[in-house]
Design a protein. Structure first.
Length: 292
């Protein structure tokens, strides 16, 4: 029942979005809809600008507490930024340089790059190593630090972020994506309905099973399955998590409270082969939907 609801919503959104104007794009631009475009950051200045956008969302809006140097610089920055690729959405109608036009960002980390450096960011909360060990023949990529400025939290912006993720995954031959997604606040009980819905309906199992590190794990099984109203639960899900589910994602079996970022985190797991055919067809098997 829950997946049918998600699919009906997705069909309606795609009908609306298909009316968007699609224009030819430059060679390194992954997609464009109207005045918005998505591509990877081209310079240190653009990465710095993306970190400033993250600071505005995570600190000024969500009350995250970053290390003192990051707070002083007003940048959300950590050691992974130096090795990740930074996906951007830019509003080209804004005046100024490209770094003044960044309205959304995602941080992308491929498995080969992670293993050559400090591992995956999510490993600080979830048992990623066990997941990777069960899939030695697959190539994983981590999605993180997703944020969009308030005035741009629209279907078009989200579609372009996913256009970029999809194009990037295809280019690098990725087999699966994963990453933390968050509920606001540090009290999982306040999200009992949504967390219980995820636990009873879309928990990753068998070869894709993953859990939080034992010292950090918090239960998501906060309500019995018969007490969970799927429609109400879907309405209670953060938009990012709802979007992942529409694509065909699963979630880890336990959550983590991140006091620094003032969030309750769940791990999203999305095998490329599990992405809904509807979305593969929509974006294009070659990621060409908004890139031509």
């Amino acid at each position: 029942m829950s997946i049918e609801i998600l699919n009906r919503e997705a069909q309606g959104e795609m009908v609306q979005s298909s009316k968007a104007t699609v224009e030819p794009v430059a060679s390194d631009v992954l997609g464009r809809i109207g005045n918005l475009e998505t591509r990877l950051a081209r310079s240190a200045r653009e990465i710095d600008a993306a970190q400033a956008v993250r600071y505005r969302v995570f600190v000024e809006e969500m009350n995250a507490q970053l290390p003192a140097d990051a707070m002083r610089r007003q940048r959300d920055i950590d050691s992974w930024d130096a090795v990740c690729d930074h996906l951007l959405v830019l509003d080209r109608s804004l005046e100024g340089d490209p770094e003044d036009q960044i309205v959304g960002t995602y941080r992308l980390l491929r498995q080969d790059v992670a293993m050559a450096n400090s591992g995956f960011y999510s490993s600080s909360e979830f048992d990623i190593d066990a997941l990777l060990a069960r899939h030695p023949d697959k190539r994983f990529m981590e999605l993180g630090r997703s944020c969009v400025l308030p005035n741009y939290r629209t279907k078009r912006t989200v579609e372009l972020l996913w256009q970029g993720n999809w194009a990037y995954a295809l280019k690098h031959g990725m087999s699966a994506m994963f990453g933390c997604a968050s509920f606001p606040g540090v009290l999982p009980e306040q999200h009992a309905l949504a967390l219980s819905f995820l636990y009873h309906n879309v928990v990753a199992k068998d070869e894709w099973a993953v859990s939080a590190l034992p010292s950090l794990a918090r239960t998501m099984d906060l309500m019995p399955v018969e007490a969970v109203n799927p429609k109400k639960a879907l309405m209670a899900l953060p938009p990012l998590i709802k979007g992942y589910l529409r694509l065909g994602a699963m979630v880890g079996s336990t959550a983590v409270v991140d006091k620094a970022f003032n969030t309750t985190d769940v791990l999203i797991v999305l095998p490329i082969a599990s992405i809904s055919d509807r979305y593969v067809n929509y974006y294009g098997a070659d990621a060409g939907r908004f890139a031509s």
